[in-house]
Design a protein around this ligand. Sequence first.
Ligand code: DQA
Length: 147
Amino acid sequence: MTHKILVIHGPNLNMLGTREPETYGAATLADINAALVLHGQTRDVEVTAFQSNLEGEMVEKIQQAIGMYEGLIINPAAYTHTSIAIRDAVLLLTMPVVEVHLSNIHKREPFRRHSYLSDVVAGQIVGFGMQGYLMALDAILHILQKS
Ligand code: DQA
């Protein structure tokens, strides 16, 4: 059975490729989305990707995921460390949610070490660059196959 998974990328991730490549790598957001779609195809998973620089748009997209997708991969970017609104939206979901960060937020500035999502998601994958998104897809599939 085909599974539908939504991927939400937060602010400034549209600038990947040129944005601090020493921290975030050389891959563009289009590269990451293409890799996710390909990875999904080999596992019978349909991947839909969405990026926004706006907190409210991300909240709306999370709400709209209800009944449409079976899993969510989210990199809320800077909103990770600030957004109770995104946390509350994630709490509306019963599907597995995996939080991804390209960089290892735990070995960066202290303000990046706290995530408003980490205790309301199935798990967090940090520090593996673009590979982390593919790992997140597999983690969601694993959860779906168990349930
Ligand atoms: C990030 C880490 C955040 O602290 C930062 O604000 C980002 C990207 C990451 O993927 O490593 O924009 O979420």
